[in-house]
Write a protein that binds this ligand. Sequence first.
Ligand SMILES: Cc1ncc(C[n+]2csc(CCOP(=O)(O)OP(=O)(O)O)c2C)c(N)n1
Length: 651
Amino acid sequence: MSRYLDMVDGPQRVKEFTLNQLQDLAAEIRTELIEGLSKGGGHLGPNLGVVELTIALHRVFETPTDKFVWDVSHQVYVHKLLTGRRDRFRTIRQTGGLNGFALRTESEHDSFGAGHAGTALSAALGMAAARDRRGSKENVVCIFGDAALTNGISFEALNNLKPTTKKFIGILNDNEWSIAKNVGAVSEYLNKLITNPSYNKLARDFENFVRRFPKGDIALKLAHKAEEGVKSAITGVTLRQTGSLVEADGRGGQGSPVLFEEMGLRYLGPIDGHNLPLLISTLEFAKQCDHPIVIHVLTQKGKGFDAALKHPEKFHGLGPYNAQTGETLPAKPGSPPQYQDVMGQTAVRLCQQYPAMVGLTAAMPSGTGMKHLEKAMPDRYIDVGIAEEHAVIFAAGMATMGYRPIVAIYSSFLQRAYDCIHHDVCLQDLPVIFCMDRAGLSANDGPTHHGIFDIAYLRCLPNVIAMAPADEDELADMMFTAAQAPHPTFIRYPRGAAEGVPVKAIPQILEIGVAHVTRKFAQNGKRKVALFGLGPMHAIAIKAADRLEAKGFDVAVINPRFTKPIDAKTHAEYARGAELVVTLEDHVLMGGYGSAVLESLGEQRITTPVVRIGWPDQFVEHATTQDELRAKYGLSVDNTVAQVKAHFGVV
Ligand SMILES: Cc1ncc(C[n+]2csc(CCOP(=O)(O)OP(=O)(O)O)c2C)c(N)n1
């Protein structure tokens, strides 16, 4: 049987279907999400939660003229399906396929790109300001999750809303989850709005408005129907209170919408985010409002797929799974651990050893591995929400009181806290330990998540000690080394599986700024090449060395360990002894480790030629695997061997 979904070549179609057909479309989209993502993985749970909301948005608004701005934008899969990208949907997050986030270059319906949280309200407000200035009439609709409200930027935008525009539609997509359970006072406040909704006078305006529609009564009846479980019951409560008006009293605390109202947004909700007619009517209402409005929509992460409903955190984003059962393949016995788990387990060991040690995460307990500390020593674990800037300054504050915080944040998300690293940590030389996960590529996420700039952005700051382990054992050594260093320390390590070497029971404290020589020159009279392989590129350097030795070269391999302070002595010694130096790094060449080597050799008047291998000066696209991108951009054994052979004119 043909699907309604197959008839949707663009959002116009969504406007032509009947309500019943739209309900069928919603079911088809859920099946497409569950089946379509099962091979390659993706953000299944969040997208299952916004099926009706996205259909309603496209029913009521006209993209690309109207603008949808999605926070993080990991929940745009349904939007992609409805905006002419259905045929390519099953390529999502794969090489040459659709990106997993909103991307301006991918579609005119993607008005703003994202991948990092907390940007949507600011971007949408900027668009609204531009619209007002140029005098055009398009609607700007900002869809942000409850966890976006743990982020400071969101509040900066809300603070600026009232003086900026009179026309703005915010949709608060509240499912009570960030990736893990949402945290903090705002999340408690939203919970109060849900469990104890006080009537606000907008509900009456809204009900009057909806009655004027041909389908209005049906929408209201559905909204009032309490049998469908808690969420529609809540909606029913909100709307049924129209007879006995209780205005928001301004005191808050009882589920009063006053927070939003004070920010200049009229609050409407909470409404059931899976009730399509109600969503459509509410959005129609919002469209004609002559004041900024926020609609509080309640959705269920994973709606329509049992496994995802049961395990919202796992199904936020995952790899391949069984489309019937939701089962994922267990790791093969004997396969190396994930770097993030080694970090988390080492954080536990450190906290056991040092009473002043605590672990911090910015809403990423699983992704960073801090969940190990949460489980083992909950009183030493802190989740501050999606608030990287706050996390860093908070850690600085703790450090002034004698604590040693381990701040685990992905390399790319830490970019947001750069000023805090500079102004609050480094300038005051505070001993905060930064564990930068996903340093290198996050291949299927793409450029928003590639963490390939941190060496450059840290190398220029005084007091920094920056390290990159070649394997998981060295990661543990570096964390213990950092625990004893009286300065800010930064450890960068990649996403995914480590090298599979055992982690010593007793860690080794490393000498700051000293590299490790893995393989010395054989001094066999052959042409000498020194390979300096940083972090995960050390393993590639070793493989390249084996191949080059077989081709008649004498090859030394150095594991630099530190990008700051760089080991000038060892680099100089091996550069002086070699006819060619090759630096390898999982980082952009511009300002990275290879640049540091060039500077150091230059200062020492060493003129040995240097070939640098790393990421180019461009934003690297997404792909199915990191190996594909490494091969394409030359961060590979093959290219290392080829570069050396080319330098010496060897075929
Ligand atoms: C700056 C930043 N920090 C952390 C993340 C990781 N992250 C991606 S989605 C997400 C949770 C989003 O929750 P919410 O906005 O409520 O949307 P939901 O997935 O629940 O629909 C987090 C923490 C990020 N993308 N950007």
